[in-house]
Write a protein that binds this ligand. Structure first.
Ligand SMILES: Nc1ncnc2c1ncn2[C@@H]1O[C@H](COP(=O)(O)OP(=O)(O)OP(=O)(O)O)[C@@H](O)[C@H]1O
Ligand SMILES: [Mg+2]
Length: 227
């Protein structure tokens, strides 16, 4: 299943998401092109994380059509979903690091799953941990790291496999301004090489510091979509 360059990598048509009877997203239509930098913003509870979960297929829409790389998710088998998910690198709002694995192992697991050689894995993981500034923590377990260090490990895990799309849910939420800049520079570097970058954030500073498209949600509705 290859992602065609000529069509939007993501197409959302009139998407609704309800949890029980509560609407979390209402009538969202968005096209996203390969290589775009997109910020999803809006107040707490606006539906940012829900929108990202639909994109990386952790939740399914209640109504509407969602196409990823031209593939209509309502017409795909679980095995196809698995292949499609590998195109995403995800930085979760709550990190989701595996507590029983070291930082190194948490990041290496992505490359092991794609069958890389041990030597290549060792060098790539060391390099990315150095880039995010936690190489000295590589043999520690996530519960013994600070929130900011865990966030950096989560960023390393998301980018190590060079995914087509990086999805980041408040990727700098636990970081001081200096570390936030290092992480954003790293994410932007991937975006400049052609990776689609979709970031949910409250931070207007983060948005101002980059030239990107801004999608604003309010109470589950799209209220602004600005380039
Ligand atoms: N699993 C769930 N079950 C029930 N309701 C949910 C669930 N997940 C989210 N919601 C509800 O959907 C709405 C949107 O939540 P969402 O997490 O997408 O907001 P958000 O914009 O990411 O907020 P924040 O800025 O606080 O992260 C909220 O009202 C929330 O309570
Ligand atoms: Mg959220």
């Amino acid at each position: 299943m290859s992602i065609s360059e000529s069509q939007p990598i993501v197409r959302m048509f009139n998407i609704y998401k309800r949890y029980e009877q509560m609407p979390a997203l209402s009538d969202i239509s968005i096209d996203i092109n390969q290589g775009e930098l997109i910020f999803i913003t809006g107040p707490s509870g606006a539906g940012k994380t829900t929108l990202l979960k639909l994109l990386y297929m952790a939740e399914t829409a209640t109504a509407g059509q969602l196409l990823i790389g031209g593939v209509n998710l309502s017409r795909i088998k679980p095995s196809g979903l698995y292949l499609l998910r590998r195109k995403f690198g995800i930085i979760f709002q709550d990190f989701k690091l595996i507590p029983s694995m070291t930082v190194f192992e948490n990041v290496a697991i992505v490359l092991e799953a794609s069958g890389e050689k041990k030597k290549v894995i060792d060098s790539k993981v060391s390099k990315i941990l150095r880039n995010v500034g936690i190489e000295d923590k590589k043999n520690l377990y996530p519960p013994s790291l600070s929130g900011g260090e865990q966030q950096r490990a989560a960023v390393a895990r998301a980018v190590i496999g060079e995914p087509d799309i990086i999805i980041a849910d408040e990727p700098t939420g636990s970081l001081d301004p200096e570390s936030a800049k290092i992480i954003m520079d790293l994410l932007r570097e991937f975006n400049e090489k052609g990776t689609t970058l979709i970031i949910a954030t409250h931070s207007q500073d983060l948005i101002r510091q980059s030239r990107g498209r801004v999608i604003r949600l309010k109470k589950g509705q799209l209220v602004e979509d600005l380039l």
